[in-house]
Write a protein that binds this ligand. Sequence first.
Ligand code: SOE
Length: 384
Amino acid sequence: MEKLRIGMVGYKFMGKAHSHAYRDLPMFFPNIVHPEMKVICGRDESGVSAAAKQFGWEEYATDWKTLLERDDIDYINAPSDAHKEIALAAAKAGKHVFCEKPLALTLKDSREMLEVVEACGVKHMVGFNYRFAPAVILAKKLLDEGKLGEIYHFRACFLQDWLVDPNFPLAWRLQKEIAGSGSHGDLGAHLIDLAHYLIGDIEEVIGMSKTFIKERPIPAQMSGLTAKGSNSEEKAAVTVDDATLFLARFANGALGSFEATRFAAGHRCTNSFELNGSKGSVIFDFERMNELQVYFTDDDEDVQGFRRVLATDPSHAFAENWWPPGHTIGYEHTFIHEVVELMEAFRENRQPVPNFRDGVKCQQVLEAVDLSIEKRQWIRISDV
Ligand code: SOE
């Protein structure tokens, strides 16, 4: 396959991130299958036509169903709250599918999605983009090589602060029927996926959550993480969590703690984790995504301490295709790496990773945490 012809549903925050990835990929990764940006789709014609022009798509459409009828489209990318409906229809039409996270609004829906894509024999991928930061891949390599020894702790936080203002309007991310959950599914989902990727299966969880601001102004306009209130005084209920915290026991014996919040003033996008093992530790913070802090217990005592490793040398994942060492990369590059994995999966005729299986695994933990909050008790993952 020389080209993969793409139809994408959604053109705002994630739509832009994915469009950028498709567009930049051929320049930096010339030797792999390339995406052809056929059609971008959105409900608002003026918005989607402007996006098509700005992002470099051949055409735009306002009804995603038209994408399914076209035989010049191989692959549907669906970063929207309508994941399930679009993914099922696309797979049944023989299209490969990429979905943003969380895979679905419920575990039941995500299981159905997995069943259908597998039955239809299409490729499927889910957008856990932080796995593709070279420094995260370095942490995984150190773990796999046993350089951190037996793992005792996984400590993860995803902290944002865009909801601290009580007048921030009731954007779609704060509405359960559209978003499924709040910080838990939006931010916690990334931490859970990183935990699965780095440490392995989680056996049981117990959590707590809170909605600090119960009502917010009705939005007049929203896009990405910004929204504007309308002129009226009218407010409506926030139906998702503002913050969710939970503890976890991993199958390999490690202990985990997870915190996802949109109320951590000063933290714009602190997606961080720390791992402590018998032979050392690593610390990652997305706001410094090119770096991994590394500590080894067998360093000479007089030089012991965390060292900062810059994951930009050619020996690091993806780095050879970018800039000379020390010339750092950013958020958008994680999406490009995601597409590299997808294209490599086509070339090697295998499923890309992470795929809907990982999406379901993540959703299982999300739902187990919800259940533990409801019942105020530990919940085994295998019981949900
Ligand atoms: C918003 O909270 C958000 O953009 C998430 O939806 C993304 O998945 C995360 O990467 C950054 O924050």
